[in-house]
Write a protein of this length. Structure first.
Length: 352
């Protein structure tokens, strides 16, 4: 019998529930879950009162990998395939999707938000946009199918942000908040040829960022954004790097991180807001005008970008195996508590 762990109320223990996946609809598949990553967004739903689109009770979890075990007639070719389920799944048919704006598709589906998610043995999801996983390359990389579940958000979200920021070789890319998503942002920006500056308040995270591609690591503790900006400018000048047109990625998902990232603006800079927080911050928007800068948000990642992001993992351009850790799904309540208390050194993957 299939089962899933249900959130019934904010902060209350998740409850195991047996269920029947049922027959997939004409555009659906059933995926037997190999692993589901625990994300900051899940913690926001669970601890911070962020509302889910589907009313509770609901199974959370949107970083899902697994194997297709049931499919509508039109998608029977997917049966038996190892796949990653995109964290945000556009409909692919509306006007916005046809114009390449699937990130704001009004019909998009997000597991663990719009429908039951991957903290389960099985999940029923749209068939469109699933990312096939080459199991030979997976094995060659020393990974298993559960490991690549976190590609569904922690890797692909910063990947799309780097694409949207148009990062090129020789750019200066500053990443604010280098744990989790930000840690992958460092490596992806480096893979695109940027000289990367890692900014955080956690020495251990900065050390990891330095080991995986950051050219400069700055401890933001006790420093203003302007002081950090001066430090980056000094480094850039000493290494014949641009002192304008920086690409700045806010990945901390904190109010302090957002203020710091905004303070890093220089002429013609690009600011990508990748992290999420319920905190409000005060900013002088005129800085964008004065610096002729631009700022954009990044919601998930279009499914068509998933294969290229996965290639970075398989090609060894992302140090992946050392950043994830599997735990039994039965330990979900404990893992949520430890993640919320920042007691996990690696990104947790829950395995049924």
């Amino acid at each position: 019998m299939a089962y899933r762990w249900m959130m019934t109320e904010s902060g209350k223990p998740l409850v195991r529930e047996a269920f029947e996946p049922g027959e997939p609809g004409e555009d659906q598949v059933v995926v037997e879950v190999a692993g589901c990553g625990v994300c900051h967004t899940d913690l926001g739903f669970y601890y911070d009162g962020v509302r889910t689109n589907q009313p509770l009770p609901l199974a959370l979890g949107h970083e899902i990998s697994g194997r297709v075990v049931g499919a509508a007639a039109a998608f029977e070719d997917l049966l038996g395939r190892a796949v990653i389920v995109p964290a945000v799944m556009p409909c692919g048919e509306c006007d916005l999707c046809r114009r390449g704006l699937g990130n704001v598709c009004p019909n998009q589906k997000m597991p663990g938000n719009d429908m039951h998610g991957g903290f389960a043995s099985h999940v029923l999801v749209p068939a469109r946009g699933l990312c096939p996983v080459d199991e030979d390359r997976l094995a060659a990389a020393g990974l298993d199918l559960a490991d690549v579940s976190v590609v569904a958000d922690a890797v692909t979200t910063p990947y799309q942000a780097v694409l949207q920021a148009d990062v090129k070789p020789g750019d200066v890319a500053a990443v604010v908040g280098v744990g989790g998503v930000g840690g992958y942002a460092v490596q992806i920006a480096r893979a695109f040829g940027a000289e990367v500056v890692a900014v955080d308040v956690d020495p251990a995270k900065l050390e990891r960022a330095s080991a995986t591609g950051a050219a400069l690591a700055i401890d933001a503790s006790g420093q203003s954004g302007k002081q950090i900006r001066s430090r980056i400018r000094e480094y850039a000048g000493a290494h014949d790097l641009p002192v304008r047109e920086w690409k700045i990625f806010e990945c901390s998902g904190t109010g302090a991180g957002q203020r710091t990232a905004y303070d890093l603006l220089v002429p013609a800079a690009t600011l990508a807001v990748v992290g999420f927080t319920m905190e409000k911050v005060e900013l002088r928007l005129s800085n964008l005008m004065a610096f002729h800068g631009r700022a954009f948000g990044n919601w998930g990642c279009l499914p068509e970008h998933y294969p290229a992001a996965l290639d970075l993992v398989f090609d060894g351009k992302i140090d992946f195996a050392s950043t994830v850790e599997q735990h039994p799904l039965e330990a979900i309540n404990e893992i949520f508590e430890r993640a919320h208390a920042h007691q996990l050194g690696r990104r947790a993957i829950l395995v049924p």
